[in-house]
Design a binder for this molecule. Structure first.
Ligand SMILES: [Zn+2]
Length: 228
């Protein structure tokens, strides 16, 4: 059984972590899909993650995550960025440069495909090649510290379809980009959001991380990002 690997770190006194949801352009001709960066099925998951961090890791995570665009000058004050979606993300040249600048100056990006949607997976891989042409997304080996930074996670429980009772185990779920020896992007092609948002049930085509492991991964990834 996965246990807690290390003493839970605390943020420095008075220091607050505010998670940021990136508002990005959605690659779609369908006007109903243009708010996919903030789709209603995951609109409040960062509040859940912030509450989880306060409860389990003693990180003073703000109960009110922010929404920012990549060109917003305020972005520099918020290292931890999050993005998710079902459809396609598209970054223009300026956004590509702003994101690279953020991530090469100590920032961190966690991204996930809602319901494991292949359109988002493909578009995220494509856009990250523009941001880091020299450093492709790579599968993080199961020994990677991100699986050990708080909870020991030997394999990630994943769920397919509406059934939430028979998880499969995945030992190489997460992908990442390293820049200058630092992990600066973590991507889960199976949905973390669906695990954070619900009690294990989703639409019939959903490919997601089971809720308990989705929560453990969130804590591990944030702790890793804050301590490396
Ligand atoms: Zn789902």
């Amino acid at each position: 059984m996965a246990g807690i690997a290390a003493a839970a770190p605390s943020a420095a006194p008075g220091q607050e972590l505010t998670l940021v949801r990136l508002k990005y352009t959605v690659d779609t001709s369908n006007p109903d899909q243009r708010n996919d960066w903030n789709a209603k099925d995951f609109a409040h998951v960062l509040e859940n993650v912030s509450a989880l961090l306060r409860r389990t890791v003693s990180i003073q995570a703000s109960p009110e995550p922010k929404v920012l665009t990549l060109e917003d000058p305020a972005l520099a004050s918020y290292p931890f960025l999050f993005m998710a979606g079902h459809f396609g993300v598209v970054l223009n040249q300026a956004e590509t440069q702003w994101l690279r600048r953020h991530l090469t100056r100590g920032g961190f990006l966690l991204a996930t495909a809602c319901c494991g949607n292949p359109s988002f997976v493909r578009s995220f891989e494509r856009e990250m090649k523009k941001v880091f042409p020299e450093a492709p997304l790579k599968t993080l080996p199961r020994e990677h510290l991100v699986y050990r930074s708080l909870y020991e996670i030997d394999s990630v429980a994943c769920l397919s379809g509406a059934d939430s009772t028979r998880p499969s185990r995945n030992q190489s779920l997460l992908q990442g980009i390293e820049y200058d020896g630092h992990l600066v992007v973590v991507f889960s092609p199976k949905a973390l959001t669906c695990g954070w948002a619900q009690n294990g049930n989703c639409i019939p085509s959903c490919e997601r991380v089971a809720p308990e492991d989705a929560r453990k991964l969130a804590a591990n990834i944030v702790v890793f990002a804050l301590t490396h």
